[in-house]
Design a protein around this ligand. Sequence first.
Ligand SMILES: C[S@@+](CC[C@H](N)C(=O)[O-])C[C@H]1O[C@@H](n2cnc3c(N)ncnc32)[C@H](O)[C@@H]1O
Length: 267
Amino acid sequence: MAYVHGYDARETERLGDQAGTLVELLHHDTGYPAGSTVLEAGCGVGAQTVALAARSPGARITSVDVSAASVAAAEARVRAAGFGDVAFAQADIFALPFAPASFDHVFLCFVLEHLADPVGALMALARVVKPGGTVTAIEGDHGSAYFHPDSAAARDAIAAQVQLQVAAGGDALIGRRLYPLLRAAGLEQVRVAPRMVYVDGSRPDLIDGFTRRTFTAMIEGVRAPALAAGLLDADRFDAGVRDLYRTAAEDGTFSYTFFKGVAATRG
Ligand SMILES: C[S@@+](CC[C@H](N)C(=O)[O-])C[C@H]1O[C@@H](n2cnc3c(N)ncnc32)[C@H](O)[C@@H]1O
């Protein structure tokens, strides 16, 4: 299945910015005890892996991704950050090279949104978790983006990204479905917490790190496929991106909600 954002250097940088800016919001309550075993699925270039390792001293983390190039980049990044004890492997969530009940916990972030069968993925991951272990999933939801000044063109550009992700087999609106997906996978004690990012002129770090370099860069990044698919014309798309950048001005605001779900495997 095509990964809608691609694997190029700019995407690598975008995921890095995203993780750096949002790390507290998403991970202030992510942490695994020393000695526990943790599988990170779909680690990408390791943006979350660094946060995981930093918050879980002594935990034994194994990070996998279906893309060998991403795994190599993740390993380099995590080693450069000084975490020598994370294990890496190229692996597909749907064909995991681990025996059932191999891990105490599984963690995944921004992965389910790209999968045609997110429940199947969660079931495959739950199988390698010990009874009573946990599965943590973090996802976004592009339908949660609203901003000032509002712009119909910006909403059209975002909608084009959502449509492209559907065409690639994913769901960019998956955050709102996290609870039912975790339940459908047979997981228990499911708790989903919204994590809202709100950006205004008083937060230059978020203006740059989130509004500009994360969300708007992501939308800007689908220009070519959106135009090729005929979802909207170039002028409309470019006006939408321009209007998204406009929300990053001193008098603009931008809001977006992530969803973090934590659930237990049957004990
Ligand atoms: C948006 S990236 C997120 C990366 C990382 N978790 C982060 O938050 O920065 C999604 C990742 O999921 C990986 N992925 C997609 N399908 C997968 C599968 N079936 N098995 C393992 N990884 C997969 C992609 O290769 C990509 O690296």
